[in-house]
Design a protein around this ligand. Structure first.
Ligand code: HAM
Length: 419
């Protein structure tokens, strides 16, 4: 019976604080997206498999081993989205965004699915925040999108990251560079891992992204040596813009990223404290993707962030309410206290109704609450409530007509309470 009660590996139930934290990151990220002029889009959880197989790169890890694909009852091959960039491009091409003109900025967030080996910061179902700027070629938008990524990290109070940036220049530069990589890695043919040997034949740039053979990779030729003057100038322009904004970065000429659609700028924000899975936000330019999907030539740039990874570093205050325990004493008070609870809940108080057990047990249960409201025959007759401040231990009688006001003054953080 294991299958009926077990969680699928790499998935998890999000309980209370964990869920609030995820939603907080989504809310904050959407809010910041709006400051930058992004519209919001929600794409379906699954797409035709081709939306991904034709776009992400046939040798990419996602396509070769990580997709959740299945045939539906009609025999059509569908795939649970492993990322958002291809679905956003598909939304543009199928007319969902026809009310808008380019350039267009699009924000998406939600669950994504990849069949990867689970570990800290790596799941099979996880969540992304995702930003795409469609139809803008000017490198100022590269600076703006990196500044936006930095803004999000700051807003989540994540300040210990390193920004790595590189440019994959253009098709001709990548072609020349690929040739140099083949020459270099062929010299180490016998030392390379079987995976990298295969990459050498199919897509040598992908070796640079591999976790193994790092010593060999460290001395590989760098793309910078193959740049045209224009590619060099664009990267310099972007770096100057980042300097102007005081955004620290390192140019990493071996940074290629794991998806084939990237064409020029690529970048990632890593958090060294997170261990092996330390990339928080990552993205780049993909100027050919939309044309390759059958659309007009549409330059674009974007990035995505893993919410679970951000949540590991974001110590956000997400408990929206302060708990107040309500302790009715006796059958009549039990019913009447319902009215009191309703009145307070309408005023945004979190009321934990404690039924049944002895007063002592219920007060013990209320230890972590802001206050315990004790309500028995005596209080009913007097039209009041006994309020025990659980912090100071003092108890006072408060008239039922003034209880809301009184509780506001007792619960110190009024703003949190209203969220
Ligand atoms: P990606 O680098 O594949 O890029 O994923 C973006 C982020 O998602 C990663 O940096 C990481 O934070 C998170 N992530 C990836 N895999 C997992 C996992 N298995 N578990 C938890 N978090 C994970 C993309 O998805 C591109 N679509 C980004 C992009 C947008 N490029 C241009 N526009």
């Amino acid at each position: 019976m294991v299958e009926t009660t077990q969680l699928v590996r790499g998935t998890k139930d999000l309980v209370d604080i964990e869920l609030y934290r995820l939603q907080y990151i989504q809310k904050k990220s959407r809010e910041i997206a709006q400051y930058y002029g992004f519209i919001s889009l929600e794409t379906p959880l699954f797409e035709f498999s081709k939306t991904f197989t034709k776009t992400l790169g046939e040798d990419s890890d996602i396509i070769t081993k990580e997709m959740y694909s299945f045939l539906d009852k009609n025999g059509q091959s569908l795939t649970l989205r492993p990322e958002f960039t291809a679905p956003v491009a598909r939304a543009l091409l199928c007319g969902s965004l026809s009310a808008y003109t380019l350039p267009l900025k699009v924000f998406t967030t939600g669950a994504v699915f990849r069949y990867e080996r689970p570990q800290k910061g790596r799941q099979r179902q996880f969540h992304q925040i995702n930003y795409e700027v469609l139809g803008e070629a000017h490198p100022a938008s590269d600076i703006e999108i990196i500044a936006l990524a930095q803004h999000i990290l700051h807003a989540l109070d994540i300040n210990t990251t390193t920004l790595k940036i590189n440019s994959l220049a253009n098709t001709q530069v990548r072609k020349d560079y690929r040739g140099a990589l083949v020459t270099y890695f062929t010299r180490f043919m016998h030392d390379l891992s079987p995976e990298n040997k295969l990459r050498l034949q199919r897509n040598p740039l992908r070796i640079l992204d591999a976790k193994n053979d790092r010593e060999i990779i460290a001395n590989a030729p760098v793309i910078t040596d193959f740049y045209t003057q224009e590619a060099r100038d664009v990267l310099t322009y972007i770096c100057n813009g980042l300097n102007e904004l005081n955004i620290e970065y390192v140019v990493d000429p071996l940074l290629v990223r794991g998806l084939d659609y990237y064409t020029a700028t690529v970048f990632e924000f890593v958090a060294p404290t997170l261990g092996a899975q330390n990339t928080l936000l990552a993205g780049g330019r993909y100027n050919d993707l939309i044309a390759n999907m059958g659309g007009k030539a549409t330059p674009a740039i974007g990035f995505a962030g893993g919410i679970e990874r951000l949540a590991l570093l974001c110590d956000c205050q997400v408990v929206p309410y302060k708990r107040i325990a309500l302790i009715p004493l006796g059958a009549r008070a039990e019913l009447y206290a319902m009215q009191l609870a309703y009145q307070l809940r309408k005023n945004n108080f979190y009321i934990d109704f404690l039924h049944g057990a002895s007063l002592k047990k219920r007060l013990k249960n209320a230890e972590k609450a802001v206050a315990a409201l004790i309500f028995g025959e005596k209080e009913m007759n007097e039209g009041c409530v006994s309020v025990k401040d659980m912090n100071s231990g003092t108890q006072s009688k408060v008239s039922c007509t003034q209880i809301t006001e009184y509780m506001y003054s007792l619960v110190e953080n009024f703003d949190n309470k209203k969220q």
